[in-house]
Structures are given as C-alpha cells and as structure tokens.
Design a binder for this molecule. Structure first.
Ligand SMILES: [Ca+2]
Ligand SMILES: [Ca+2]
Length: 252
C-alpha cells in the first residue's frame, strides 16, 4: 500500500493522503531482542536476519509506537522447517516472561502440525497454518504460543491467508498500522487483519517461534495519516468561525 485517496466529503473536494511520502528508513541496530533468538542486522541496518530455530523470540524498537505505521518485507530464506514468523504490537521490555504482559501477537505458520517435538519438550497440540492476530495477556509459554491457548487469545484470522502458510524463499511486503483503537495488517498490499478495541501502547516488534532464517528487509516507519472524515469537519468548523468573525467585524 503506497498511497490512497480519501474523499473529504464535508468540504466537497478530494484529498490525497500518502502514507509513504515521509517514511523514514529504520536503523534496526538500536532495537533489542528477548527470548532465545539470534537477530543480526545487515547492510544499512534496515534489514535483520533471525537465524535460530528457537523458543519464542522478539526483536523490538523499545518505543511507544501507536499512531505509527511500520512497513517492509518478510521472507524465510530456506526450504526446511515450517513454523511461526510474524510481529508483536504494543510489546514492552520483559513482556515475553511477564505475568503483567498485554500486547498483540501477529503470527503466521507455514504448515499445520498436531504435535510439538523438541528434545527438551514434546506435547500433543494443534498449531494451525495461516496468519492470525491474538491478544497475549501474561507470560508466553511454548504450549500457549503453539496452540493459541491459555494466555494467547486469537482475535481474528487473515481474510485470505487465515489458513494459508507462507511460501519458502518468498518475500511478502507488510504494512502494520498501529493505533490505540484500531490495528490493520496488510500483506502484499491486501488488508488481511483489521481489529478495533483498546490496545496497550508499546513497541513494534518482530516475532519468530521455532523458525530460523527469517529475514525482515527494508524496514521503514511513518506516521499514520489521520482519516479525512475526522479532520475535515474540524477544518470546516474553524473556517465557519473565521467567516463569522469577518461578518461581525463588518457589522461594527
Ligand atoms: Ca519450509
Ligand atoms: Ca522449527
């Protein structure tokens, strides 16, 4: 999604709002990681590779990010494995293991799987292929991250990708729009997730669980444009006050 036109109906003219005109390239070398992942920035530091096949891990900006949009591309740079890639929104340092945590988890699994099997831990439980957004309240256990159970409450699945896994060695563009009362997620310029509510402020972050060699590239950030139908009546109201002022001065 590069730009979109919004009609300012109450003023009777069309306004074009571009989300990307002032997009800033992000220096990811200032971001922090938590969990067992290995996050390595590349090139101009707007790209990062997570290389561990690990328990849940996040890589986050450490800034309250509501009102902002994060964009870039995501790809898995190998054929092997079929697990979770994605993002967190409203993440705060320590949330991965905190009973007080409250953030949004956007995860995307490549393939359906009915068990989790690692040398140190194995259990039965379905992990479903596809893209979804969940509310996380509390520490994220491996079991809950896998099943979307317990502290992980699924809110919505993707409109097109809800049960479709990501493809190996394929780059997908993403746009995350993070507001206090609405979150929208675009994949390849298609609106996949769109939820309203009251969301905790906190970081933009990347999320991997049991999936290595995940590349997030060309990361940019921009301010979310205010909807035209909110700003236009205000502008019209101010114009009306101005005209009233002129009229009153002329009467004197
Ligand atoms: Ca694969
Ligand atoms: Ca794995």
């Amino acid at each position: 999604m590069k730009s979109r036109s919004l009609l300012a109906l109450s003023l009777g003219f069309a306004a074009t709002v571009s989300f990307s005109s002032s997009a800033a390239v992000i220096d990811l070398s200032g971001w922090s990681s938590e969990g067992e992942g290995t996050w390595t920035t590349q090139g101009d530091n707007s790209t990062v590779l997570q290389s561990a096949n690990s328990d849940p891990t996040v890589f986050f900006n450490g800034m309250d990010s509501q009102g902002m949009q994060l964009s870039g591309s995501i790809s898995v740079e190998q054929d092997a494995d079929d697990d979770f890639i994605g993002f967190v929104l409203g993440y705060n340092a320590g949330d991965l293991t905190s009973d007080e945590a409250s953030y949004l988890l956007i995860d995307w699994k490549q393939a359906d799987q009915s068990f989790y099997n690692r040398p140190e831990l194995s259990f039965e439980g379905d992990a479903n292929a596809g893209l979804s957004i969940s509310q996380v309240n509390g520490a994220l256990s491996i079991e809950d991250a896998w099943r979307h159970d317990g502290t992980v409450t699924e809110l919505q699945r993707g409109t097109n990708l809800g049960s479709t896994g990501w493809e190996d060695n394929t780059a997908y563009s993403f746009d995350l729009i993070f507001n206090a009362d609405q979150v929208q997620v675009y994949v390849n310029d298609v609106l996949e997730l769109d939820i309203s509510g009251t969301f905790t402020n906190g970081s933009f972050g990347f999320y991997n669980f049991s999936q290595p060699n995940v590349l997030y590239a060309g990361i940019t950030e921009d301010v979310v444009a205010p909807p035209a139908n909110v700003s236009a009546p205000l502008t019209a109201g101010l114009m009306g006050l101005g005209l009233a002022g002129i009229f009153l001065r002329r009467r004197k």
